[in-house]
Design a binder for this molecule. Structure first.
Ligand code: MG
Length: 389
């Protein structure tokens, strides 16, 4: 039996993970769940899966869950960051699925690594912010970080059994988002409601906007760098609107290995839970004849400057990806709040990056300090640009 702790159980990845656990209840067990503010759903999950421990970020949600779960045998952890930490380091868990969104989970994931847990990672921000610290800690503790992000999961599958020197480059595929093929001018006046309509994958709001700006792919380039120890020059992005090929690996002899499958997050989640084994999946397989054609083309850096900014951050001094990520979160929030144009998102990020003055990223405190400064700077720039809407 593999015992799973889930950070972010009520989000889209968390719900998919519980459905994987339910489909493999003879091999998987949910032992600890952490969620944000959706007390009703967490209680429903707790009644169904009977975890030993649950926690919630919001104090009012925690109070509601405590009342509802009284007498059920499920223990309620503290609220907020302490509760997340408790779930991440729950002694009986073998695997910690990190699916809580944003940067709050950073400390929890590092603690899970220190506690010797296998990490199933769905939150790319934590690697973008502290990839060096995380991979170093994982190496030291002999802990595996298994990617749940579909592209990296595909690359992980393609790399199985390959030696480093056999690999020429990684090729991340991108759907291109809802604005694929649009000019920069054509994007000037798109609002949040249009940008939130994503054609292929159903996801949370932040990542949906990141898909529309291609920042999601930029963050994934940085994520791939840390997961697979490849330099920026050996990580390419191709637009592949059908999202059938989830990503590829090119070997030194020119062969390209690809992983194909249906677009369902339950597949990469199951792979991470079952690794290194392969288990039968209840999902229908991919019907190749129904896929029709598969297209691949180069990304449009003119319309989607965020991708280039991510490469720039990866090539620059250590703290620059922290700045990129922080400024992006601020800009996306301002865009979703109607205070910022879609096309101003990359401008906020680029100006925050210009203001970064370097410095080492050798501790969580250093990461937090750079993150704080970048957010403050990004808010200034966003306020400045908001006046011109
Ligand atoms: Mg992805």
């Amino acid at each position: 039996m593999r015992r799973i702790a889930i950070l972010g159980s009520t989000g889209s990845i968390g719900r998919s993970a519980l459905s994987v656990i339910e489909a493999h209840s003879d091999r998987l067990q949910a032992v600890a769940l952490a969620a944000g503010s959706n007390a009703a759903l967490l209680c429903e999950q707790a009644e169904r899966f009977r975890p030993a421990l649950v926690s919630m970020a919001s104090a009012s949600a925690l109070a509601a869950a405590s009342t509802a779960l009284r007498g059920t045998g499920t223990r309620i952890a503290a609220g907020g960051a302490a509760g997340l930490l408790e779930v991440a380091t729950y002694p009986d868990a073998d695997i910690v699925l990190c699916a809580s969104s944003g940067t709050a989970a950073l400390e929890a994931v590092l603690a899970a690594i220190e506690a010797g847990k296998t990490i199933a990672l769905a939150n790319k921000e934590v690697l973008v912010m502290a990839g060096g610290l995380m991979t170093e800690a994982a190496r030291r503790r002999g802990v595996a970080i298994l990617p749940v992000d579909s592209e990296h999961n595909a690359i992980h599958q393609c790399l199985a059994g390959r030696r480093c020197e056999e690999v020429r480059r990684l090729v991340l595929t991108a759907s291109g988002g809802p604005f694929r093929g649009r000019s920069r001018v054509g994007l000037d006046h798109v609002g949040p409601e249009v940008a939130l309509r994503q054609p292929t994958w159903r996801m949370g709001r932040k990542i949906t906007i990141d898909s529309a700006t291609l920042m999601n792919k930029g963050l994934e380039v940085i994520e791939a760098h840390w997961l697979f120890a490849m330099p920026a020059d050996a990580i390419d992005v191709v637009i592949h609107p059908q999202s059938v090929v989830h990503s590829m690996v090119e070997l030194v002899d020119g062969s390209i290995l690809a992983q194909l499958g249906v677009t369902d997050m339950r597949l990469p989640i199951q792979y991470a839970f079952s690794y290194p084994e392969r288990w039968a999946s209840p999902l229908p397989g991919l019907d190749l004849t129904a896929c029709g054609r598969l297209d691949f083309h180069a990304p449009d850096h003119q319309s989607f400057p965020c991708l280039g900014l991510a490469y720039q951050a990866l090539r620059g001094p250590g703290g620059l990806p922290v700045v990129l990520n922080a400024a992006n979160e601020v800009a996306v929030e301002a865009f979703l709040g109607g205070q910022l144009k879609f096309t101003a998102i990359p401008e906020v990020i680029s100006r925050a990056m210009e203001a970064h003055d370097g410095g080492p990223v050798d501790s969580l405190e250093a990461v937090r300090a750079i993150d704080r400064q970048a957010r403050a700077r990004a808010r200034e720039v966003a306020a400045d640009l908001a006046l011109k809407v």
